[in-house]
Design a protein around this ligand. Structure first.
Ligand SMILES: *[C@@H]1O[C@H](CO)[C@@H](O)[C@H](O)[C@H]1NC(C)=O
Ligand SMILES: *[C@@H]1O[C@H](CO)[C@@H](O)[C@H](O)[C@H]1NC(C)=O
Ligand SMILES: *[C@@H]1O[C@H](CO)[C@@H](O)[C@H](O)[C@H]1NC(C)=O
Ligand SMILES: *[C@@H]1O[C@H](CO)[C@@H](O)[C@H](O)[C@H]1NC(C)=O
Ligand SMILES: *[C@@H]1O[C@H](CO)[C@@H](O)[C@H](O)[C@H]1NC(C)=O
Length: 391
């Protein structure tokens, strides 16, 4: 996505006033995009606009790279069909949009990025056929669903835009991801649904998706995951932090060959079934801090690349298992638990072990000086154990 933002943000100050629409409000600037060549691409940025339609109707044949409206003085409420113009990026923010007519964008050609963030949309707009549109942001609205087809409606909002790669719907009121939500979108790379009210994700929601890079589900209301939801999907980074998960089933994430970071912090996990993380061949970090875990026995399996596990701020009382014996250069944070004892050899494979704010009285046998390099003890002073065995 970055080239987009890059292109949208980087502009040269070499304004071409002759080509900019005449009589722009003082709150708008019109500059030549750095791509300015034939055909000319301009960027318009308005901090506020007195009248959205009046402004847009002056754009006519000008070719824009980006049209960015930060705010409308008068709320528009219902976005009806916009006058025809050409732009690659269109951002209409803080205009009080409550609804978008199905044909609102029908006459806008070239659109690749559409951002309607900070409005009051309750329904997902229906996107007409935009062959080039890959990026949609509707952050901070009041969306309740994804506009899937239903018994009363034989089309879905995204039917016309199968090439979408990036979806940003942060800060809405979305409650559910169904099998149909992403079914027609086979190019998705980034899905950001953080800060919604998601309570349910259907087991096949991400089935048969090509590789997804980032899936943001943070700050939702998930209390459980269907065991199949993330099994055999292809997702690089999964953010499930700040939900209300209490339990993870065995094999929940099985078969994610490329998953590299798993964010499960700030949930209410009391236990992790043995095998939950089985065969995550590429995973190098699992974040489980700020949960209600009393045991860490479930963290096992073939995790050849795991280097970092954060289990701080849980309720672990003892470490008896040899779970952490078989890792290479693992950094393990067990601070802020209630650990009273660590069995000898339990953490032999750990390279950096953080144990501050526990109930340990002795560290005898906790680590093998040949392996561990840093141990933070029960207070929060880090003790750098320079092990003499190397001499
Ligand atoms: C979402 O809401 C949070 C909390 O109110 C805020 O910090 C964040 O900036 C918002 N993000 C967007 C994209 O609106
Ligand atoms: C949906 O239904 C309408 C009439 O109810 C019909 O005209 C239209 O062709 C249908 N569309 C699809 C994609 O089936
Ligand atoms: C987890 O701990 C929090 C804080 O003590 C508590 O409110 C919550 O009920 C606990 N959840 C479970 C599932 O035990
Ligand atoms: C470690 O925990 C697993 C799962 O509970 C158990 O099967 C295994 O016996 C434990 N190993 C030790 C040494 O306690
Ligand atoms: C030790 O930890 C406590 C609680 O986490 C914190 O308030 C305190 O500032 C820390 N002390 C040092 C020296 O870092």
């Amino acid at each position: 996505m970055w080239w987009f933002l890059f292109l949208c943000l980087i502009t040269l100050a070499s304004a071409s006033p002759s080509q900019c629409p005449p009589n722009l409000p003082d709150t708008c600037s019109c500059v030549c995009n750095y791509q300015c060549d034939e055909p000319v691409y301009l960027n318009i940025h308005c901090s506020t606009v007195p009248d959205l339609y009046e402004l847009l109707s002056t754009f006519g044949n000008v070719r824009f790279f980006e049209i960015k409206i930060d705010k409308c003085e008068k709320p528009v409420q219902s976005l009806t069909k916009l006058p025809p113009f050409y732009t690659i990026c269109l951002l209409i923010n803080q205009c009080g949009l409550e609804s978008v007519a199905d044909n609102a964008f029908a006459d806008i050609s070239g659109l690749e990025l559409l951002d309607l963030s900070n409005n009051a949309l309750t329904e997902m707009p229906v996107f007409p056929h935009f062959p080039l549109l890959t990026y949609i942001a509707i952050n901070h609205n009041l969306l309740r669903d994804f506009g899937e087809s239903s018994e009363s409606k034989n089309y879905s909002s995204f039917d016309g835009v199968p090439e979408l790669t990036q979806l940003y719907f942060q800060n809405n009121s979305l409650t559910e991801i169904t099998d149909a939500t992403f079914a027609n979108l086979k190019q998705l790379r980034t899905i950001d649904l953080s800060n919604n009210k998601l309570q349910r994700i259907s087991a096949n929601a991400f089935r048969d998706q090509p590789p997804i890079l980032d899936l943001f589900l943070s700050f939702n209301e998930l209390t459980y995951l269907e065991p199949e939801t993330f099994r055999n999907t292809d997702i690089l980074t999964v953010y499930l932090d700040n939900n209300r998960l209490t339990h993870l089933s065995a094999n929940s994430f099985n078969g994610n060959k490329r998953l590299d970071v798993l964010h499960l912090q700030h949930n209410q996990l009391t236990d992790i079934a043995v095998g939950t993380f089985n065969d995550l061949e590429d995973v190098w970090e699992i974040r489980l801090n700020n949960n209600n875990l009393t045991s860490i026995d479930g963290i096992s399996g073939n995790l050849p690349k795991l280097r970092k596990v954060d289990l701080s701020h849980n309720r672990i009382t003892k470490v008896t298992n040899t779970t952490f014996n078989n890792f290479w250069e693992l950094r393990l944070d067990l601070s802020n638990n209630q650990i009273e004892s660590v069995a000898p050899n339990a953490v032999n494979g750990v390279y950096e072990l953080i144990l501050n704010n526990n109930k340990l009285t002795t560290l005898d046998g906790v680590f093998d000086p040949l392996e561990a390099t840093t141990v933070a003890t029960k207070d929060n002073e880090t003790c750098h154990c320079t092990c003499s065995n190397n001499a």
